[in-house]
Design a protein around this ligand. Structure first.
Ligand SMILES: [Mg+2]
Ligand SMILES: [Zn+2]
Length: 167
């Protein structure tokens, strides 16, 4: 079984401008494409993203699809082995919204992933918590001061994170 690199979207792959819904707002973070190109040699890249803007009625599936298409266009030739979006609002109390590990478990089931050798990368404590709850190693990108639970790896940029992650 192969390991996954589970990836948050907003603030991890693209700039988090707050409920990103317009194609023109999709901007890759510095170094992410190069880092994922390298890491994709060692991991299956799996997107796991909370998009409660859909559940809250702020935007719809068409906007989500358009933003996703623009992101994948900018990332090419980097490609995801799996894509999981939680569209629920917090009040739905679903099993997939991070910090719960539902999307990671679904991916492990669908794609045959080894969770113990997988890594979850995100910019928030809820990402780290979801990874830890699924039995993955965890990494925090950026300077979030909320370190509960404590991530295994922390770096302010993708270039630095890529250099410390196990390959
Ligand atoms: Mg994020
Ligand atoms: Zn959900």
């Amino acid at each position: 079984m192969k390991p996954a690199l589970f990836l948050d979207r907003d603030g991890t792959i693209i700039e988090d401008t707050g409920y990103v819904r317009r194609v023109d707002d999709v901007r890759l973070l510095p170094g992410v494409r190069e880092a994922l190109l390298e890491l994709s040699k060692h991991y299956a890249l799996v997107l796991v993203s909370n998009q409660s803007g859909v559940g809250r009625g702020m935007f719809g599936a068409a906007e989500l699809d358009a933003v996703h298409a623009r992101m994948t266009e900018l990332l090419a030739p980097v490609a995801f082995g799996g894509v999981y979006y939680c569209l629920h609002a917090p009040s739905d109390d679903c099993a997939c919204r991070k910090p719960r590990p539902g999307m990671l478990h679904a991916a492990a089931h669908d794609l045959g992933l080894d969770l113990s050798r997988s890594l979850m990368v995100g910019d928030k404590a809820s990402d780290v918590a979801a990874g830890a709850a699924a039995g993955c190693r965890t990494a925090l990108l950026g300077l979030s001061v909320d370190r509960d639970p404590q991530p295994r790896y922390v770096a302010p940029t993708w270039a630095e994170l890529c250099s410390v992650l196990p390959k």
